[in-house]
Design a protein around this ligand. Structure first.
Ligand code: AMP
Ligand code: GLY
Length: 423
């Protein structure tokens, strides 16, 4: 089969590598891809939201299956675009339709979905500029810290967690009246603060059946000890040691099953990945957020642990036969460490030459923000390269990732050296 992967990050490199290893794959294309995907697939200079260009590519290369990496095209309706086009409608797309992608596209929609289906999550209320005063009154009923969330997509930056009531009121005002996060904060969800440890659960669904992939935990802050600004993710480990079978059974019964059943009940067609951001409060799992895609860098530890043929799994999702799939998972732990550009997540430079990847042994190098320039691999984003390793436990795996990180070089390169410190 000919397969197209949309996206250009470490997640898409990891998905593409696994797809490239399937005997079912004839030709693999990645749009737009990065320097890493160009080694295992054909990169095509087409943006993930350029649906007409994607259509032309699918027809020209006789694509049989499309896998959508990031949330943006899903929230913009790429799946619906295929279904509504006579020439594309027979090409399966892995990723939910627009209506279901609102689980990530709108926090308010996600909260209402959870309430409707009795899925445990933080108590909340939502407000707009017209109900600012009610928002202030609601804040007064809560204890600090105060959690304010822009309703819409804000590139992972739309959440404020504030200690002081006045700061929280000011934050609410700037989100609602001064468009602090643009249109994304025209509606704001104010939530009860949940105190606990976070983890991510990844689910595959064909709309009826589901399979749970290995859990993972990512490290979002730029600084060691989980300090400083939020990033897309500085590394990840899988499995999560505290997610034992008792806890996983709760997650499945209280969250995963009601989510998949709820999508069906609400007539929200969903063929794709569900990324459930969870927090363990005491012994109970609660949902922090839904994403309608895989996590990045969590994919760089979850997908390498999948021993089953990914293409067969994706086809079962598209065909509604996921119940017939027996997912084979590598028992070993996997870790990934992300090398980022100096200055990230604030301003940083691009175009720095990357060296040393050829010296890396016994780990997998996943490219994130890289590109080929005059036959050299150069930096092209904040998160640049993830080094994934296996071990009998996450400590052994991390040691390998860190040893190999020392062989990698580009100007301004930075990575966190304390992953797993909290476990
Ligand atoms: P989100 O974009 O919803 O994932 O939120 C970003 C981050 O804010 C999460 O990864 C959590 O660390 C934190 N967060 C979000 N909601 C809450 C909450 N209700 N209580 C505590 N922390 C939260
Ligand atoms: N690593 C978190 C995310 O992909 O949203």
């Amino acid at each position: 089969m000919n397969i197209l992967v949309l996206g250009s990050g470490g997640r898409e490199h990891a998905i593409s590598l696994k797809i490239s290893q399937s005997p079912k794959t004839s030709k693999l294309f990645v749009a737009p891809g990065n320097a890493g995907t160009s080694q295992i697939a054909t990169n095509i200079e087409v943006g993930v939201n350029d649906f007409e260009a994607i259509k032309a590519l699918v027809l020209k290369e006789s694509i049989d299956l499309v896998v959508v990496g990031p949330e943006d095209p899903l929230v913009n309706g790429v799946h619906d675009f295929f279904l509504n086009d006579a020439e594309l409608k027979s090409v399966p797309v892995i990723g939910p339709e627009k209506a279901a992608a609102e689980l990530e596209g709108s926090k308010e929609f996600a909260k209402e979905f959870m309430m409707r289906h009795n899925i445990p999550t933080a108590a909340y209320q939502s407000f707009t500029s017209e109900t600012l005063e009610e928002g202030y009154s609601f804040l007064e009923t809560l204890k600090p810290p105060y959690v304010l969330k822009a309703d819409g997509l804000a590139a992972g930056k739309g959440v404020l967690i504030l200690q002081d009531l006045q700061e929280a009121k000011d934050g609410l005002k700037s989100m609602l009246l001064d468009s602090k996060f643009g249109d994304a904060s025209a509606t704001v969800v104010i939530e009860e603060f949940l105190d606990g440890i976070e983890l991510s659960c990844f689910v595959l669904t064909d709309g009826t059946n589901y399979k749970i992939l290995p859990t993972a935990k990512d490290y979002k802050r730029i600084g060691e000890g989980d300090t400083g600004l939020n990033t897309g993710g500085m590394g990840a480990i899988s499995p999560v040691p505290f997610a034992d079978s008792v806890f996983m059974e709760k997650i499945e019964r209280q969250i995963v099953k009601p989510t998949v059943d709820g999508l069906k009940t609400d007539n929200l067609p969903y063929v794709g990945f569900i990324f459930i951001g969870l927090i363990k409060v005491g012994d109970e799992p609660k949902v922090i957020e839904y994403n309608v895609r895989m996590g990045d860098p969590e994919t760089e530890v979850v997908i390498p642990r999948l021993k089953s043929d990914l293409v067969e799994v994706l086809l079962a999702m598209a065909n509604g036969t996921l119940d017939q799939v027996d997912l084979q998972i590598d028992e070993r732990a996997a870790t990934t460490v992300m090398a980022v550009s100096g200055g990230y997540p604030e301003a940083y430079e691009k175009g720095k030459e990357i060296s040393g990847t050829e010296k890396i042994k016994d780990s997998i190098v996943f490219h994130a923000g890289t590109k080929l320039s005059n036959e050299k691999v150069v930096t092209n984003g904040g998160r640049v390269i993830a080094i994934t390793s296996f071990g009998k436990d996450f400590k052994e795996a991390l040691q390998k990732s860190y040893q190999n990180m020392e062989k990698l070089h580009f100007d301004g390169m930075y990575y966190r050296k304390d992953l797993g410190f909290d476990l």
